[in-house]
Design a protein around this ligand. Structure first.
Ligand SMILES: C[S@@+](CC[C@H](N)C(=O)[O-])C[C@H]1O[C@@H](n2cnc3c(N)ncnc32)[C@H](O)[C@@H]1O
Ligand SMILES: O=C(O)C(=O)C[C@]1(C(=O)O)C=C[C@@H](O)C=C1
Length: 243
């Protein structure tokens, strides 16, 4: 896999265009997400561990918004259940093409089905594990409940949904502090003030963060039995919802 350094927002941009998962982002994505999402590696490892525990024989594990497949590969390494297939879906053709290319040179044999599709339009069937790792935040808010209801319906009893998201906070001081600390985190990772502010503008109206309360209520309304945060680092969190 290539690990190019993310410098997409390093120079002043006359016009800051809306953030897209295009070729330019694909080229730097592993570096970008690692340096932008506090705790990203820990979350990826834990997705593998959870998939090892929750994957059932004759079931499917879904990685929705898979990008280059980091969560897919972590799951594959830990799944021991028989006849268990991983379905990895992303609607960015650039991401899917690169993921397929990376997988082709990967030696391990595994049942991974990579699809270029909108996760709002696919069917979810016999799912023991479903991963939405920093994907739901890019789905229009109005479509989120329907998507989670579809996921719930497609899950087997005993199934798990792992939902990681950038969070927003109702309390103004908390919101200001957590956003500020995230920016400090990015600075510590080598991003300049200019890179941080230009990326922030590009993500405006594209990445729509909600509070844990809103997520929990939506998950419970979709039918889940429980929903809790298992990991949080500033305004980035990962939740577990159980069927
Ligand atoms: C932040 S990235 C996800 C990172 C990835 N899950 C990981 O763990 O490395 C968000 C991904 O969701 C995809 N995405 C956003 N909306 C989508 C949709 N409606 N259907 C399918 N994929 C979507 C984007 O193309 C992008 O690759
Ligand atoms: O909030 C930011 O600054 C981010 O860069 C976050 C984030 C994300 O949460 O998905 C946004 C886009 C990229 O995919 C990588 C990270």
């Amino acid at each position: 896999m290539q690990f190019n350094k993310d410098s997409l927002y390093a120079n002043p941009l006359g016009e800051i265009t809306t953030f897209k998962f295009d070729d330019a982002v694909v080229n730097v994505f592993p570096d970008m997400i690692q340096r932008s999402v506090p705790g990203y590696s820990a979350i990826i490892s834990a997705i593998g561990l959870l998939a090892g525990r929750f994957s059932q024989s004759h079931s499917q594990c879904y990685d929705l918004g898979c990008s280059l497949g980091a969560a897919t590969l972590a799951m594959r390494d830990q799944i021991t259940a028989a006849d268990c297939r991983i379905v990895a879906v992303d609607n960015s053709a650039a991401m899917v093409e690169r993921f397929k290319r990376n997988l082709a040179v990967d030696e391990a044999k595994a049942s991974i089905d990579i699809q270029c599709a909108d996760i709002r339009e696919i069917s979810i069937e016999r799912a023991s594990v479903v991963v939405l790792n920093f994907t739901l935040q890019f789905v229009p808010v109005a479509d989120r409940a329907r998507l989670l209801e579809k996921i719930y319906r497609g899950m087997l009893p005993g199934g798990i949904l792992i939902l990681s998201e950038k969070l927003a906070f109702d309390n103004e001081r908390q919101q200001a502090l957590q956003v500020d600390m995230h920016h400090h985190f990015k600075k510590m990772q080598g991003y300049s003030e200019l890179e941080i502010s230009q990326k922030r503008s590009a993500l405006e109206n594209v990445l729509l963060a909600e509070s844990f309360d809103v997520h929990r209520r939506r998950l419970m309304a979709a039918g889940f039995d429980s929903a809790e945060i298992w990991f949080q680092y500033f305004n980035f969190a990962s939740m577990i919802a159980l069927k």
